[in-house]
Structure formats: structure tokens, C-alpha cells
Design a protein around this ligand. Structure first.
Ligand SMILES: [Zn+2]
Length: 333
């Protein structure tokens, strides 16, 4: 989760690289855009406050750059700021937006641009709601609403080789990445995390389609496929990096996490010790950790630890599995 200190750092020392870069001349953009969108995005204009209905729309979905279509914001992060411009607390990814110091009109402000195509979007202020405290004050004309129910969830339940292998099998899950969250240093290595000194947990970032699987169901499966009652431990793996944790992105997720934990407590005799914490950063783990189980099925740990877990998981959550995984179940017996 980006905070004001990150925005200032990006604006002073440089922005993170975008996934791709799109460069066109103003003449080319003018042909593609409506006049008002061209004036705002390419000539750094500002639309009149309260000029768009987008301020009062809060339906689920995503908001993309009107120029290049890159996804910038999720409707979950949109809030009523009362300013007359659509306002968000957080972009969809840390590299979606570029930040520049803007000293026009005798003020020092932070300009927000599409990091992919450099479209001017609006400004960012530090008076937004917690936990990010940010207010992305956007021109509605610089954005277009797109239907998308793709969301991300981040949690840890011990060794990420195991948790990644489990969640990859679920219907509605489009991508699972292994990484580190909840620690004190930036860009930690596996070695550093394993030392237990950085405070990071081994976590997975699950991309999912909320039409096909709900956040609550992901958490139910999470709490059923690891032991959430052993502090800083999963089986033989001991250390804070193996703690049971749910990192939430917004207040709705936090509330859902609390409810699901209360609900799942009936399944366990010992108290559930799963930590619920705001997501600050997800650092993707080294490449050799990604898809570890699928790439190393013959390895001892996979056979001894992950195979039995997956077998149990397949039986327990048969109806939630991707179609080809249900077939796997029948052929494997
Ligand atoms: Zn763009």
C-alpha cells in the first residue's frame, strides 16, 4: 500500500518502471480522444468540479486511463471526498501512476500521471482516509470505467511453496505469486526472510475473479488448508516467516477476515492466532520460488509435505476446483 512518504519519494527520486510504455505525439492523441479528454490529459487541463456523474458512481469495477486503457484504480478504493472530482485512496498497482512535482499556480503539488502513456490525471494529496491517507483527486474525463471483477488477496499460512500449490487449483483464481509481506526492509531476499530477522511472512498474492470465487471463500479455504492455531509455526517449519496472517487491502476485507475467523473457530479446538494486518507491500519472491511445486514435483519436500496436503485439499474442496483438476482427482483415485 502506497503512503504519502512513497509518493514523495517517487516524485523526488524517480518513479517505478511501468509494465509497458506508450508514446504518441499530441497530434496522434488529438485524433484518438474527445476534445475535453485531450485538453485535460495531454495539455494538463482541469475539468470543472461536479462536471461528471463518475463522482457518485461506486459500483464494482475498475477505472482505466482514457488514453491507453491501462488499469489505474479499483472501485473498492473509491470514496466520496465531496470535492466534485472522483477520488481514490490507492492505485491498482504501485507502478500504475507516475508522480511529478507540480509548481504551477504558485503552489507545490504532486501531479499524478498515467505511468504508461504520461496522461495527466490530476493530483495526489495527503488528506485521504486511512489506512493509506492518500487522496487521488482525478479528472473524471481522464478515466474510463471498465467492467472487471479481478481482485487480489494476500495471505500467509507457512511455506509459500505449499500455499501457492493449493490456491493455483481453484476455480476463479487466475494467478498466484509467492512473495514476502509485513516486514521491516524493502525488497528482502529469501535468505533474509528465512533468517527471521526482517519480520516478513512468506505469503501468496492471489489474483481472482470475484464473480467466480468470493474473498470470504478464499479465506475459508486458507484457514482450512494450514493450521491457524500454532503461533509462528507450520508443522516442522518454525519462525515468524511462517506465521498465519491475512493482509487486508481495505476495511471491507478487514471485516470479512474477522467474520471468517470467528466462523472458522468452531472447526478448531485451539484458538485461531491468525494475524489480521493492513497490506503495506507485497514483494514478489525470487523466480525459482514461483510455481515451485509444479516445477519440482519429484523433490522430497513436495512429495512428503505438499502431495498429502493437495490430496486432502482436493477432497475437501472438490466443487471449488478448476475443471481439469476435478479430472485429476478421478484419475488419481
Ligand atoms: Zn495511459
Amino acid at each position: 500500500m502506497l503512503k504519502w512518504i512513497d509518493v514523495i519519494r517517487f516524485a523526488t527520486t524517480g518513479n517505478p518502471d511501468p509494465d509497458k510504455k506508450i508514446i504518441k505525439t499530441n497530434e496522434e492523441w488529438q485524433k484518438l480522444l474527445m476534445p475535453e479528454a485531450f485538453r485535460v490529459t495531454r495539455l494538463k487541463g482541469t475539468e470543472r468540479a461536479h462536471s461528471s456523474e463518475m463522482c457518485s458512481i461506486f459500483e464494482p469495477g475498475k477505472y482505466a486511463c482514457v488514453c491507453c486503457g491501462t488499469l489505474l484504480f479499483d472501485a473498492n478504493e473509491k470514496f466520496e471526498s465531496g470535492t466534485g472530482w472522483p477520488s481514490f485512496t490507492q492505485p491498482v498497482t504501485e507502478n500504475a501512476i507516475a508522480y511529478h512535482k507540480d509548481v504551477s499556480y504558485g503552489m507545490v503539488r504532486i501531479e499524478a500521471l498515467c505511468n504508461t502513456c504520461d496522461a495527466h490525471l490530476g493530483h495526489v494529496f495527503q488528506d485521504g482516509p486511512q489506512p493509506s491517507g492518500l487522496r487521488y483527486c482525478m479528472n473524471a474525463v481522464a478515466l474510463k470505467k471498465v467492467e472487471s471483477n479481478e481482485s487480489k488477496a494476500t495471505f500467509g499460512g507457512g511455506c509459500f511453496w505449499c500455499t501457492e500449490a493449493v490456491f493455483t487449483l481453484l476455480k476463479g483464481v487466475t494467478k498466484v505469486q509467492s512473495g514476502y509481506s509485513g516486514g521491516k526492509i524493502a525488497n528482502p531476499t529469501y535468505r533474509e526472510v528465512c533468517s527471521g530477522m526482517t519480520g516478513h511472512a512468506e505469503v501468496i498474492e492471489v489474483s481472482y475473479n470475484a464473480d467466480e470465487i468470493s474473498y470470504a471463500d478464499l479465506l475459508r479455504i486458507h484457514l482450512s488448508t494450514h493450521n491457524p492455531t500454532t503461533p509462528n509455526r507450520q508443522g516442522a517449519d518454525v519462525g515468524t516467516q511462517y506465521r498465519s496472517v491475512i493482509f487486508y487491502r481495505n476495511e471491507t476485507e478487514k471485516k470479512t477476515a474477522e467474520e471468517v475467523i470467528a466462523e472458522m473457530q468452531s472447526v478448531y479446538q485451539e484458538p485461531i492466532v491468525t494475524e489480521i494486518a493492513p497490506l503495506e507491500y507485497f514483494y514478489k519472491a525470487e523466480d525459482y520460488h514461483q510455481g515451485y511445486y509444479n516445477n519440482n514435483q519429484q523433490q522430497g519436500y513436495c512429495q512428503a509435505v505438499i502431495n498429502p496436503k493437495l490430496k486432502k485439499f482436493r477432497q475437501l474442496f472438490k466443487s471449488k476446483l478448476k475443471d481439469n483438476q476435478e479430472q485429476d482427482l478421478s484419475t488419481n483415485g
